[in-house]
Design a protein around this ligand. Structure first.
Ligand SMILES: Cc1cc2nc3c(=O)[nH]c(=O)nc-3n(C[C@H](O)[C@H](O)[C@H](O)COP(=O)(O)OP(=O)(O)OC[C@H]3O[C@@H](n4cnc5c(N)ncnc54)[C@H](O)[C@@H]3O)c2cc1C
Length: 405
């Protein structure tokens, strides 16, 4: 017999969307249970970017000062190395936000910070190693979830189920929500190489003849994302590790003395990149947010920000009603209505980046600088546009859901 629980809101997934939604709803006094299938937050596929708009939100929540005491790097200008030439891409110093930088912090630290604060609210529960495996229904209404736990099966009934379980969402699949796929021509090979004190400062990425290497500074090592054409991993493996090491060095020569650390393919993980979006983000009793509603590519490094903005809109629009009872499907549609066009816009930008910048339709000449980058180099004022798009995004959300009495 499955153990049974009842609550007001259950959230599947403890990523940026799920933990932020859980925090905000609990802060508003809504009883909420977040279910995360892993035992901890330590997973490498996640980006490390905390955007100026998220930092603004931390300020609005009164958490900024403490947050900035966590180990992080502050990046005020994004630079890319394109065909060997360093180009400033985004200048965050003119943004109309308190923090005029992107904070790079391992995402597990960010999620631990936020969930620790969420646990201060009596109506918040986070259950790790709880994997949602199915939904329960009463006719057309979604009434709860079934989860696999270390103690056996658990069934939780709730007035609202939020799917925040990422791009391989079981919630959207079980709810039968229709998904539109937008073709993505790339995948990412994800690995780590040690870092030395005199290494150059973090750049957005190294572009070369239509290929891209991203290096994220994680203190004592570089998290490396090597962008490859979709489906090419087997071919790359056939060419051998030595060739792969050489490829990395051709982008970032300073790694030459340690690229041999990549001495086994088990150290290199293939991450398949997707861009898709649900036609309807909700149905009676259920709402999907973050990558579960719209899987984002790493292009532009904006997926985390978007997931958090969804969570804020969800709390702003639903928390007041959820405190006292269920919400209607019309209430849920308001979240989609608010967040859909910013998502469409960003996904369109990601598709553009894949086609024109990453897969090299722009230029295959080794020494050339595509026009858009030449303009960014010549006219510093233009760097404020990508900074705004990446750092704040279209339609930034501000916290205004009620606080618990
Ligand atoms: C290689 C790569 C690099 C990226 N880099 C960046 C970047 O630098 N900056 C950026 O802004 N974006 C980046 N993105 C995009 C970003 O990772 C996503 O847009 C963002 O993580 C979405 O947040 P989320 O909370 O919706 O989903 P996720 O971060 O995917 O979180 C979902 C959570 O749900 C859990 N879960 C899944 N299934 C279940 C289940 N059945 N039951 C319970 N829990 C479950 C997962 O374990 C996970 O913790 C990157 C994406 C990729 C693929």
């Amino acid at each position: 017999m499955a153990e049974k629980l009842q609550t007001r809101c259950v959230i599947a997934g403890g990523g940026p969307a799920g933990i932020m939604a859980g925090y905000l709803l609990a802060r508003a006094g809504v009883p909420v249970i977040v279910l995360e299938k892993h035992a901890d937050f330590f997973r490498d596929f996640r980006g490390d970017t905390i955007h100026p708009s998220t930092l603004e939100l931390m300020y609005e929540l009164g958490l900024l000062e403490e947050f900035l005491k966590q180990p992080h790097q502050e990046v005020r200008e994004l630079r890319a190395v394109i065909n060997g030439q360093t180009v400033p891409i985004g200048d965050f110093t003119k943004l109309p936000t308190r923090c005029k930088f992107i904070a790079f912090m391992p995402q597990w630290d960010f999620l631990s910070f936020l969930s620790t604060h969420a646990k201060e609210f009596p109506s918040f529960q986070l259950l790790m190693q709880h994997e949602v495996v199915d939904l329960t229904f009463d006719q057309q209404r979604v009434t709860g979830v079934r989860a696999k736990t270390p103690r056996g099966e658990l069934e939780i009934r709730a007035d609202l189920i939020i799917g925040a379980d990422g791009r391989h969402s079981i919630i959207q699949a079980r709810a039968g929500l229709e998904r539109q796929e937008f073709g993505v021509p790339i995948d990412v090979l994800w690995t780590q190489i040690s870092k030395k004190q005199d290494d150059p400062q973090q750049a957005l990425g190294f572009f070369q003849a239509g290929k891209l290497l991203v290096l994220l500074d994680r203190g004592d090592y570089w998290q490396c994302g090597f962008v490859i054409p979709k489906g090419d991993f087997d071919e790359i493996k056939k060419r051998g590790l030595r060739q792969f090491q050489n490829d990395i060095v051709s982008f970032a020569g300073f790694l030459r003395d340690r690229v041999a650390e990549l001495d086994d393919w088990s150290k290199i993980k293939l991450l398949t990149v997707q861009i898709n979006r649900l036609r309807d983000w909700c149905r009676d009793g259920l709402l999907c947010i973050g990558d579960s509603a719209h899987a984002m590519s790493p292009a532009g490094g904006v997926g985390i920000n978007l997931a958090i903005q969804d969570a804020v809109a969800t709390a702003n629009l639903l928390a007041g009603k959820l405190r006292t009872g269920p919400v209607s499907v019309d209430d849920l549609r308001k979240v989609q209505a608010r967040r859909e066009w910013p998502t469409q816009l960003i996904q369109a930008m990601q598709v553009f980046i894949h086609r024109r910048v990453v897969t090299g339709q722009t230029s295959h000449r080794k020494d050339s600088l595509p026009l858009v980058f030449r303009l960014l180099k010549w006219f510093p004022v233009l760097r404020q546009i990508p900074a705004r798009f990446i750092g704040i995004g279209p339609r930034p959300e501000h916290f205004h859901s009620p606080s618990a009495e």
